[in-house]
Design a protein around this ligand. Structure first.
Ligand code: F6P
Length: 321
C-alpha cells in the first residue's frame, strides 16, 4: 500500500501550474497512489486545507492560468511549531509524499520540512522569472513571454503612430531572462538587465545617430531588477529629445492560458516528479537542461545561482551599449 501523495502550488503563480497538477494527479493515481490536493500553498499545510482528490477538481483546468489550488507566501512556515502542525495534518491523513510546484524558496521550505520530519518531496520548477539554478526552464516562462510579446507589439503601434519612445518594464525579480528574451523577440532598440553592463552614453549616441538617419520611435525593454524604468524614460525624454512614456507591464505577465509549450513541459515535469518519489527519491527537483530532462538534489539547486545562457547574453549585448 502506497503512502498518500499530496500536491501543492506555492509562491508566485505561473501558467503551467494547472496542467502540472492535473497530470501529477492522474499519473499518481494510475500508479496506485491515493492523491490529495493542498489548497493555499504552504499555508494550506499548516491550516489543514487538504482534500482527497476528486475527478471534478482536476478536470477542465489545463487551459486555465494561475493555479486552481491557489498559492501563498507563508512566513509562518519558518516556525518549527507551525511545521509540526503541518506534519501532524499530513500524518493524520496518511500522506507521506509531497509534490511542490513553485520556486526555489518553496523548495527550500519543503527541504527544511523533510529534514525535520522526513516527508519526501519532489519539486517542479514554476516561476515566470526563470531564475532557478540547474534548469533551463521553469513553468510559466513561455506564457509570460507571449504575453509580453503581445503587449510590446501593441505598444509599438502607438510608438510608431506618435513618434514616441516607450520604456517597457517587465518582471523577473533579480533576473533579466524575461527582459532579454522579449527584447530580442520584439526587436527592441534598448534592453537593460542586471546581468549586462550598460552604457547610457553609447546608447544615447547610437539612438541619436539612428534618429538622424530616420528612426521615428524607440522601444526599450528593462528588467524590473535594474530599477531603471523611470530614470531611462526621463533620460530618453531629456537627453535624446524624444517624447517618452513608461509602461510597467506588472501582473498581466503572470496570467493567461498556458501555451502549448507550458502544458507539455508541465506534463513532463509532473510525470518525472511522481516517478522520482516512486523510485524513493526524497528531495529532488525536476530539471530540463541542455535539451534533457533530469533531476537534481535540492542542495545543487538551492546552493547555486542561476546563470543566463551566455549565448543569449551575447545576442542581447548590443542593445545595452
Ligand atoms: O516571482 C514572480 C514575480 O512575479 C516576480 O517577477 C515579481 O518581482 C514578484 O513575483 C511580484 O510579487 P508579488 O506578486 O508578491 O507582488
Amino acid at each position: 500500500m502506497h503512502d498518500g501523495l499530496a500536491i501543492l502550488t506555492s509562491g508566485g503563480d505561473s501558467a503551467g501550474m494547472n496542467p502540472a497538477v492535473k497530470c501529477a494527479v492522474d499519473y499518481a493515481a494510475q500508479k496506485g497512489y491515493e492523491t490529495h490536493l493542498v489548497y493555499d500553498g504552504l499555508r494550506g499545510l499548516l491550516e489543514d486545507n487538504i482534500v482527497p482528490t476528486t475527478r471534478e477538481q482536476v478536470s477542465g483546468i489545463i487551459h486555465r492560468g494561475g493555479t486552481v489550488l491557489r498559492s501563498s507566501r507563508c512566513p509562518q512556515f519558518y516556525d518549527i511549531d507551525q511545521r509540526r502542525k503541518a506534519y501532524e495534518n499530513l500524518k493524520r491523513r496518511g500522506i507521506g509524499k509531497l509534490i511542490v510546484i513553485g520556486g526555489d524558496g518553496s523548495f527550500r521550505a519543503l527541504n527544511q520540512f523533510y529534514n525535520d520530519f522526513g516527508v519526501p518531496f519532489a519539486g517542479i520548477p514554476a516561476t515566470i522569472d526563470n531564475d532557478i539554478a540547474g534548469t533551463d526552464y521553469c513553468l510559466g516562462v513561455d506564457t509570460a513571454l507571449n504575453v509580453i510579446r503581445d503587449a510590446v507589439d501593441s505598444i509599438r503601434d502607438t510608438a510608431s503612430s506618435f513618434s514616441r519612445a516607450f520604456v517597457i518594464e517587465v518582471m523577473g525579480r533579480h533576473c533579466g531572462y524575461l527582459a532579454l528574451t522579449s527584447a530580442l523577440a520584439c526587436g527592441a532598440e534598448v534592453c537593460l538587465v542586471p546581468e549586462l553592463p550598460y552604457n547610457l552614453d553609447t546608447i544615447g549616441a547610437r539612438l541619436k545617430h539612428d534618429i538622424a538617419a530616420g528612426r521615428r520611435y524607440v522601444i526599450a525593454v528593462v528588467a524590473e531588477g535594474t530599477k531603471m524604468g523611470d530614470y531611462l524614460t526621463r533620460w530618453i525624454n531629456d537627453s535624446i529629445g524624444m517624447e517618452a512614456r513608461l509602461t510597467v507591464l506588472g501582473h498581466i505577465q503572470r496570467g493567461g492560458s498556458p501555451t502549448v509549450h507550458d502544458r507539455i513541459m508541465a506534463y513532463k515535469f509532473a510525470v518525472a516528479a511522481v516517478d522520482a518519489l516512486d523510485a524513493g527519491q526524497t528531495h529532488s527537483i525536476m530539471i530540463y537542461r541542455d535539451g534533457t530532462y533530469g533531476r537534481l538534489p535540492i542542495h545543487k539547486v538551492a546552493d547555486s545561482k542561476y546563470e543566463i545562457d551566455p549565448a543569449l547574453l551575447k545576442l542581447a549585448a548590443p542593445l545595452a551599449c
